[in-house]
Ligand binder design. Structure first.
Ligand code: PLP
Length: 346
C-alpha cells in the first residue's frame, strides 16, 4: 500500500476539522452551558449526541472482534461510501474501480463527487476474476469496491481472488459486507491487521432488521478511520439512532432466530422456484435474496405487481438480462409469491 499521505487528497490531509463543544470538553460536569442547547430535558434529546459514538462502537467491537478505534459509524453504510470517495479521490482527476454488476451506490457517490467509476464485469457465473480487475487499474485508481455477498447476484466472491487484489493493489480495497450475516463465509474484519489497505463495510439495514434507523459501519486501520472522522459531519449519527442501535445490538439472539427462518425460507424458495416452468435459472445465494432468471422478466414483474407482490426487476442490469431479484420474505409472504407465480400463465 502507498503511504496514507499519498493516497488522501491534499486538501483533506491538510485541513483542520471542525471542533465541536463535545470535542473540546469530554468529562463529567454538573453545569453544561457550552453548546447553546435548551437546558430543559423534556424528551431525553436536548443535548448533542456523542460525536464519536463510543458506546455503540464498543458494542460493535465486541460483536465483530474488532476495536473501537478501528470502527467508523455513520448514517448508513452509504455515508462511509461517500466519505471514502471524498477523502481519497480528486474530483475530475482520480477514479474508483467497481465490479459489475454490483451495488449502485458506488457509482452514484462517485458521480456526485465528479469521480470516474470504472466497472469491470464479473464472469458469466458472477465469479470474480482478480487478474481482469487488476488489469483495469491505472495510476489514477484510488479505490476498488468489492461486494461479498454481492448485490444483486447474491454470491460470495472467491476469497483467493480477493486476497490477490488486496496483495497487489496499492490503493484501498473496500469490501462491502452488507449481507455477511446470511453467508457462511467469515468476515474480512478479522483480517484487517494483515491488510493495511482493507476497509470493510457492514450495516444494521439487512440482517439486523433496522434499515429505518440508518446505521452503517466501516472497519479499517485507526489511521484510515481517523481520515473519515476528520471529514464527517460532527454529529453524523443522531442520539435516537445511537440508543436504538445499541438496543438492537444487544438482541443478537433474536437476530439469529430470524436469520435461521430467513435461511430456511431461502431454501424453500430455491426448491419451489426451481420446479416452476417460468423459471429458467436460479443463481446460488449467500444472501437474503435470490436472483432468478425467468422467461419474460418484464411481464413477470408486471404480473406480480398486479398481484400486489413487488420484486426488483434487474432485467436491464449488465449480466442480469431476464432476471428478477427476490428478497426472502416471511413464510406467509413467500407463500403469496409462490402461489401468484404458479397461477401465472405467460
Ligand atoms: C443494502 C445495502 C447496503 C446498505 O446500505 P445502508 O446505507 O447501510 O442502508 C450497503 N451495501 C449493499 C451492497 C447493500 O445491498
Amino acid at each position: 500500500m502507498k503511504d496514507l499521505k499519498e493516497l488522501v487528497r491534499p486538501n483533506v490531509w491538510n485541513m483542520k476539522p471542525y471542533s465541536s463543544a463535545r470535542n473540546e470538553f469530554k468529562g463529567e460536569a454538573s453545569v453544561f452551558i457550552d453548546a447553546n442547547e435548551n437546558p430543559y430535558n423534556t424528551n431525553t434529546y436536548n443535548r448533542y449526541p456523542d460525536p464519536m459514538q463510543w458506546e455503540l462502537k464498543k458494542r460493535i467491537a465486541e460483536l465483530r472482534g474488532a476495536e473501537p478505534a478501528w470502527i467508523f459509524t455513520g448514517n448508513g453504510s452509504d455515508e462511509a461510501i461517500d466519505l471514502l470517495i471524498r477523502a481519497f479521490c480528486e474530483p475530475g482527476v482520480e477514479s474508483i474501480l467497481s465490479i459489475d454488476p454490483s451495488y449502485g451506490m458506488y457509482e452514484v457517490s462517485a458521480d456526485v463527487n465528479n469521480v470516474a467509476c470504472r466497472k469491470v464485469h464479473l464472469n458469466r457465473d458472477y465469479s470474480l476474476d482478480a487478474d481482469r480487475l487488476l488489469a483495469a487499474v491505472d495510476e489514477k485508481t484510488k479505490l476498488i469496491f468489492l461486494c461479498s455477498p454481492n448485490n444483486p447476484t447474491g454470491n460470495d466472491l472467491d476469497r483467493q481472488e480477493i486476497y490477490k487484489i488486496l496483495n497487489s493493489f496499492d490503493g484501498l480495497v473496500i469490501i462491502d459486507e452488507a449481507y455477511i450475516d446470511f453467508s457462511t463465509a467469515p468476515s474480512f474484519v478479522k483480517e484487517l491487521r494483515s491488510f493495511p489497505n482493507l476497509v470493510v463495510l457492514q450495516t444494521l439495514s439487512k440482517a439486523w432488521g433496522a434499515a429505518g434507523i440508518r446505521l452503517g459501519m466501516a472497519f479499517a486501520s485507526p489511521e484510515i478511520i481517523a481520515i473519515l472522522n476528520k471529514i464527517k459531519y460532527p454529529y453524523n449519527v443522531n442520539q435516537l439512532t445511537q440508543e436504538k442501535a445499541l438496543e438492537i445490538l444487544n438482541q443478537e439472539k433474536e437476530m439469529k432466530e430470524q436469520l435461521g427462518i430467513i435461511l430456511s425460507e431461502r431454501e424453500i424458495l430455491n426448491n419451489v422456484l426451481g420446479n416452476m416452468e417460468c423459471v429458467l435459472d436460479i443463481y446460488p445465494s449467500d444472501a437474503n435474496f435470490i436472483l432468478v432468471k425467468v422467461r419474460d422478466a418484464n411481464a413477470t414483474y408486471d404480473y406480480l405487481v398486479s398481484k400486489g407482490v413487488i420484486v426488483r426487476n434487474r432485467n436491464t442490469v449488465s449480466l442480469c438480462e431476464g432476471c428478477l431479484r427476490i428478497t426472502v420474505g416471511t413464510p406467509e409472504e413467500n407463500v403469496v409469491l409462490l402461489k401468484s407465480l404458479k397461477e401465472m400463465s405467460l
